[in-house]
Design a protein around this ligand. Structure first.
Ligand code: NDP
Ligand code: 8X3
Length: 250
């Protein structure tokens, strides 16, 4: 049975992916900072599969390596890594942006993804098998007003997705990215620091993607035959054409 490690499994896309992977019967390592949420999800999913919860902040590199290098034997061979943990922090013009927000996005979306990947990849190389899915964004394919540093962090994920695929070529490891457009999760609440009204407005007047839509695509990607690697996928809701062109019926 395959073992999948999902970062950012306490909410949104990561949580929906954990649920869909449980249906597939995968052993799950669910990660995030909020232990209470991890425990709740573990309670729910352990009825159908084996689940281990690992609470750590992806910014804390010592913790990332300690947790991933000391997995119990039943979970230590990670077949699938979903690099999903991440968020936007703020939506300000570059001249007004908060340095704390910039650092959070670079430390979580980029450096955190690197730490987790570095902890997981050696085992995949030893076993000559593995599948890494990097959750990028349309913000990694284009830049929108005030998106500056978030877009930069996701462009970096796009570059790393390509770089990982090149460097791991011939080692039996599949690497690919899924780049969603607007998905209704806690993403905008985090971006606007808990301002629920502002967050709600992002998704007003059209039917945004749901986290389950992305999870379903991730399921498709990981269940292709071994010789098929979906290298890079952009997914938008029907109402969205680009980051800034969204057909809102307001
Ligand atoms: P959510 O806010 O719903 O989920 C974010 C997840 O990331 C949470 O589980 C959170 O867990 C985890 N996370 C955030 N910071 C850290 C950290 N420092 N250490 C460990 N885990 C962390 O957002 P989404 O589900 O929408 O986002 C998931 C991914 O999808 C992100 O990479 C995002 O950039 C990307 N994405 C989202 C889109 C959208 O429109 N929603 C579109 C395109 C891409 P916890 O707080 O418990 O640590
Ligand atoms: C999330 C999509 O457009 O809010 O990455 O940046 S967007």
């Amino acid at each position: 049975m395959k073992t999948a490690l999902i970062t950012g499994a306490t909410s949104g896309i990561g949580k929906a992916t954990a649920r869909i992977f449980a249906e597939e019967g995968f052993n799950l390592i669910i990660c995030g900072r909020r232990e209470g949420r991890l425990n709740e999800l573990k309670e729910e999913l352990r009825k159908i599969t084996e689940v281990l919860s690992l609470s750590f902040d992806v910014r804390d590199k010592e913790e990332v390596f300690k947790k991933i290098e000391n997995l119990p034997p039943d979970f230590s061979n990670i077949d699938i890594l979903i690099n999903n943990a991440g968020n936007a922090h703020g939506l300000d013009p570059i001249q007004d942006g908060s340095i704390d927000d910039w650092e959070a996005m670079i430390d979580i979306n980029l450096k955190g993804l690197l730490y987790v990947s570095k902890a997981v990849i050696p085992g995949m190389i030893d076993r000559k098998s593995g599948h890494i899915i990097n959750i990028g964004s349309t913000a990694g394919k284009e830049v929108y007003p005030n998106g500056n540093v978030y877009c930069a962090s996701k462009h970096a994920v796009d570059a790393l997705n390509q770089g990982m695929r090149i460097d791991l070529n011939g080692k039996g490891i599949r690497v690919g990215a899924i780049n969603p457009g607007l998905v209704k999760t806690e993403f905008s609440e985090v971006r606007f620091k808990g301002d629920a009204e502002k967050a709600e407005k992002v998704y007003q007047g059209f039917e945004a993607l749901r986290p389950e839509d992305i999870a379903d695509i991730i399921r498709f990607v990981v269940t292709r035959p071994y010789h098929v690697n979906i290298a890079d996928l952009i997914v938008m809701c029907t109402a969205q054409a680009t980051s800034t062109i969204v057909d809102r019926k307001l």
